[in-house]
Design a protein around this ligand. Structure first.
Ligand SMILES: C[S@@+](CC[C@H](N)C(=O)[O-])C[C@H]1O[C@@H](n2cnc3c(N)ncnc32)[C@H](O)[C@@H]1O
Length: 234
């Protein structure tokens, strides 16, 4: 899979996307992630990418043209990928969104900044807008990295074993069960004895029950959806 990220802070994004699991997956050739400096595509000497909003108001707006030129560069070197603008006005990023995005061979992520992006760029170039939550950040870099990470870890070969993600929170609509590691006793608390029993079937049943209980208590919205899917709604 290839991901191109259009941003005013390519170094920050590159540093994060080059670390740990994604960094190793890139080295092994499972992923290609390219960050592009939007400022390099301005037509003015000051490399200005923003201007005042028509109609007045606070803040600056990212101009359509530098974004468009930057996108055209990506089209030239890598073709037209599925283009996503990170925006607090977009659809919420969920695990099933990540599962859909991993089916695209090429994603192009556009990071907004300032007060946002000229609407005409969105109309002409963006296929969908994605939000990482109902709050506002200063820029689209953290959302782009969150999206990129959530999608890229699903690319075959990035994690050592597919069950690393198919057993996790949100894959099948439930939260994951609690996890424990050594030592067996810590601060007067024992790890649940069943996990040390070696009885695989009982451990599986315990984990499933914990997972369901946790989801019911912590996320009634997910629990209701899960029951509905199992045909037990209402
Ligand atoms: C300060 S925000 C602009 C918010 C915009 N004025 C509004 O009210 O909808 C600047 C940029 O940060 C990014 N951003 C902020 N919050 C986000 C969120 N929750 N999800 C995705 N992107 C976000 C977007 O790229 C946005 O263009």
């Amino acid at each position: 899979m290839r991901v191109d990220i259009l941003t005013l802070f390519p170094d920050a994004v590159e540093a994060m996307m080059g670390a740990s699991i994604l960094g190793r997956a890139r080295e092994r050739g499972h992923l290609a992630i390219h960050c592009h400096q939007i400022r390099d595509y301005t037509a003015n000497r000051q490399k200005q990418v923003d201007d005042y909003p028509y109609g007045g108001g606070l803040g600056m707006i990212l101009q359509a043209d530098p974004l468009y030129r930057c996108l055209q560069h990506v089209w030239k070197v890598a073709g037209r990928g599925h283009t996503i603008l990170l925006s607090p006005q977009g659809a919420l990023l969920r695990q099933d969104t990540a599962r859909r995005f991993v089916t695209y061979p090429h994603l192009i992520l556009v990071c907004g900044h300032y007060e946002g992006v000229d609407e005409r760029f969105i109309e002409v170039c963006v296929q969908e807008e994605i939000s990482i939550g109902d709050y506002v950040l200063t820029g689209g870099e953290i959302p782009a990295m969150a999206l990129c990470d959530a999608v890229c870890r699903l690319v075959p070969g990035v994690l050592s074993d597919e069950s690393s993600f198919t057993g996790e929170s949100h894959w099948d609509g439930l939260l994951e069960y609690p996890q424990y590691t050594r030592p067996e006793f810590w601060q007067g608390r024992a790890a649940p004895p069943i996990l040390l029993s070696g009885h695989h079937k009982n451990i599986q049943a315990w984990r499933r029950a914990q997972s369901e209980e946790r989801t019911r208590l912590r996320r009634p919205d997910l629990w209701a959806r899960y029951l509905e899917k199992r045909g037990q709604g209402g």
